[in-house]
Ligand binder design. Sequence first.
Ligand SMILES: *Cc1c(COP(=O)(O)O)cnc(C)c1O
Length: 369
Amino acid sequence: MNVPFLDLRASYLELKDELDEAIARVLDSGWYVLGEEVEAFEIAFADYCGAKHAVGLASGLDALHLGLRAMGIGEGDEVIVPSNAYIATWLGVTQCGAIPVPVEPLPQTHNIDPGRIEAAITPRTRAILALHLYGLPADMEPILEIARRRGLMVMEDAAQAHGARYDDKRIGAHGDVVAWSFYPSKNLGAMGDAGAVTTNDPALAERIRILRNYGSQERYVNRVCGYNSRLDPIQAAVLRVKIPYLDAWNERRAVSASRYAALLSANKTITLPAVPQRCTPAWHLFVIRHPQRGRLQAACAKNGIGTQVHYPIPPHMQEAYGDYGWAPEDFPEARQLASEVMSLPIGPHLSEGAVDHICMTILAELNNP
Ligand SMILES: *Cc1c(COP(=O)(O)O)cnc(C)c1O
């Protein structure tokens, strides 16, 4: 049995007729940058997230970068970031010329530990960046409370959290600006690069709209030095087809996640994902921890199962951030997680039989000393 890590072609084939028609509609319209398709997507996505505004952008990284710029973050400002993160989360900060100040995760949830945030705040701190890693919402209530009390903005990296809920409210407007990626493998995925921000603040939405289009609102009148980061109307049309299916596809992921948890709980050396009471995850990834991850990955590979590691090197240990002077041991929790995590296949087209095959492979390997 062959189980790819993620089958994107199956997602296309399930919606092929609708997707082909949507793409043909854009081609036929003769309108290829911004316009009605992008606006219609922005309305539908804001509505889905329970946010007042959505602004379509070229990528998730741009959503982080332009969102932080719109908040006024720039040279020399400090932004609290999770030490346990994907590099793009930090790149959004450093692209503004701001300094990422890492805060360690709760080892159970892998998300930023709100209890450690205050100690990292300095007079230069301007914002807290909360990441909903693997689709599990970060603990937003204490984060928002600290931000309110200390006069900080809150940016969310929701690139892995489409449809996830915190306190029964969908991720989309807990913080000031929420950054989304629609990279093809995300829960809501385009057929190329795409991103967006959502926010309840009309002034921030307007600033991001201006930044994405050369800093111009009125044609050839430029108020600020902006960027070119517009959501492609073809991708907007694709995404609009997929929004109505997102909850059902997330539910299929949740069914796989429950099955994994039920079967893998037979071996106590495996640490399964924890789900705090107030969180409903989007199950973008199903990440287990094991001290012998390499052995489990090899057994899976031998049995035709694709696995990955999200992420093998934490940002503070990346050569890209060598100039910041962090030592590997500065963030031991992030480093420890990076050495033990392993992502099992999960997606809307993963069969029950495949989950069983994966679990049996892992359990058999661990029972075989
Ligand atoms: C995918 C991802 C991004 C970046 O999105 P792109 O659209 O690839 O630029 C940022 N943060 C996280 C956590 C992601 O998973």
